[in-house]
Design a protein around this ligand. Structure first.
Ligand code: UD1
Ligand code: MG
Length: 452
């Protein structure tokens, strides 16, 4: 049995190098704030407690944390005096908690849940476990001084000797220890170092001085990518997408050009679904088994059932719900609307705030006129209805089961079941008049040319 865990996510730092008014941890990767990614890797451990330490932009950071996971507790670090000081802000909240504490950084969004699980297991051998990685370019990361899997100490770059700077095993920042042990050690940390900060990285050496053991768990460098600049944000996005694409392929999704498909953090795609090139998924999309999303489509906040086909060039906005075998074709936008089983909207249409019954066919160019400048209104189309091309459905309005509208109609009144509604000017035909008109226009043009 693993011990109960508490997570502390540090998110108080300013992120100066992002050159942004938005707090760093709220910048998005795959449609979700970095903070949400960091919290997610920890949430998979099923923690008893989740605490986010906020400082810069605290109101927005706290709101995002609670929105992502409502049980999250937040605490403020008014002055950013260092990572140990940040963790210490959670001391009171965790008073009496009997279990392990994981410290994660809000700006390190790609740590895998399995990696944290490995750290939890390594606690069987060590009192303090730190996550390290072999860096291709160790730069300004803290360095891990080790003896096998035993961690002797962490040296911050600024305080390191040339010999220590030559070490390539680096500190990810993720650390795990028993709650009581961790806070005891943190209480002993001072700020007598090159930055004048309280470093969390002093924990392993202090542990060893007390006769406790510290160990290292290693992970791939890609997981520990810390985001401090827009360039690193783009790198993290690319790393996330690479991971999401291979996960989808492994699950049995067909993609001819996976490198052109963009997923959101929470995209769910079923087995045997097909995603054609250049498809973008915003947040909140589920695509069921065997559905097909054709090229150049954009989907967000929607649900596509088995056997449905979307696109090419379709846009599904939040609240679009496609039942089995529904069709949404090119240059069609669907918003807050349900398409029943086998319903078709194949060309150049806008369907918003609507319910379209099973097997109904919506002709090319049909528009639901759902907005009067102040409020949105609903359109209902029954089962097996036929909406003629270029129909304007002026909401609120209902077209009944097996009803029909004539092409080019502007429908403002209810159409009962089985009825045909025509809402267009009556055609007038004048035999031979076209020829006369052509002759007239031609002679006028010639006359004008001669006068010039
Ligand atoms: C830290 C580590 C370093 C490690 C690196 C990995 C320390 C002392 N150093 O350095 O060993 O290699 O991360 O990326 O821990 N934060 C607060 N309050 C503070 C200071 C920081 O909440 O007072 C938060 C930041 O928002 C950030 C995280 O803690 O999410 C890390 O802080 P940062 O200043 O980026 O530390 P690094 O210098 O990168
Ligand atoms: Mg950092």
């Amino acid at each position: 049995m693993s011990r109960p865990t508490a997570l502390i996510v540090l998110a108080a730092g300013k992120g100066t190098r992002m050159e942004s008014d938005l707090p760093k941890v709220l910048h998005k990767i795959a449609g979700a704030p970095m903070l949400a990614h960091a919290m997610d890797s920890g949430l998979e451990l099923d923690p008893a407690r989740m605490i986010v330490v906020a400082g810069h932009g605290a109101d927005a950071v706290e709101a995002a944390a609670v929105e992502h996971s409502p049980e999250t507790q937040t605490v403020r670090q008014e002055e950013q005096l260092g990572t140990a000081h940040a963790v210490d802000q959670a001391r009171a909240l965790l008073d009496g908690f009997d279990g392990d504490v994981f410290v994660l950084y809000g700006d390190t969004p790609l740590i895998r849940a399995e990696t944290l699980a490995r750290m939890a297991r390594a606690r069987a051998d060590h009192d303090v476990v730190v996550l390290g990685f072999e860096a291709a370019d160790p730069g300004r990361y803290g360095r891990l001084k080790t003896d096998g899997d035993t961690l002797l100490e962490i040296v911050e770059f600024k305080d390191a000797s040339d010999e220590e700077r030559a070490i390539t095993l680096c500190n990810s920042g993720v650390l795990c220890a028993d709650r009581a042990v961790l806070f005891d050690l943190i209480a002993q940390i001072g700020n007598d170092n090159a930055s004048g900060e309280y470093y969390l990285t002093d924990v392993p050496a202090l542990a060893r001085a007390k006769g406790l053991s510290a160990g290292v768990v290693r992970c791939e460098e890609a997981e520990t990518l810390g985001v401090n600049t827009r360039a690193q944000l783009a790198e993290a996005e690319a790393a996330f997408q690479a991971r999401a694409r291979s996960a989808a392929l492994e699950l049995g999704v067909t993609m001819q050009a996976p490198e052109t498909v963009f997923f959101a953090r929470d995209t769910v795609i079923g087995r045997d679904a097909e995603i054609e090139p250049n498809v973008v998924f915003g947040p909140g999309v589920t695509v069921e088994t065997g559905a097909r999303i054709r090229a150049f489509s954009h989907l967000e906040g929607c649900h596509v059932s088995r056997g449905a086909i979307v696109g090419p060039y379709a846009r599904l906005r939040p609240g679009a719900e496609l039942s089995e075998d529904a069709r949404v074709g090119n240059f069609v936008e669907i918003k807050a609307a349900t398409l029943g089983e086998g319903a078709k909207v194949n060309h150049l249409s806008y369907i918003g705030d609507a319910e379209i019954g099973a097997r109904s066919n919506i002709g090319a160019g049909t528009i639901t006129c759902n907005y009067d400048g102040f409020a949105k209104h609903r359109t209902e189309v029954g089962r097996g209805a036929f909406i003629g091309s270029n129909t304007m459905l002026v909401a609120p309005v209902r077209v009944g089961d097996e009803a029909m509208t004539g092409s080019g109609s502007v429908i403002t009144d209810p159409v009962p079941d089985g009825a045909l509604a025509l809402g267009r000017a009556k055609q007038v035909t004048k035999p031979g008049l076209a020829r006369k008109m052509f002759d007239l226009f031609k002679s006028r043009a010639e006359k004008a040319r001669k006068e010039r």
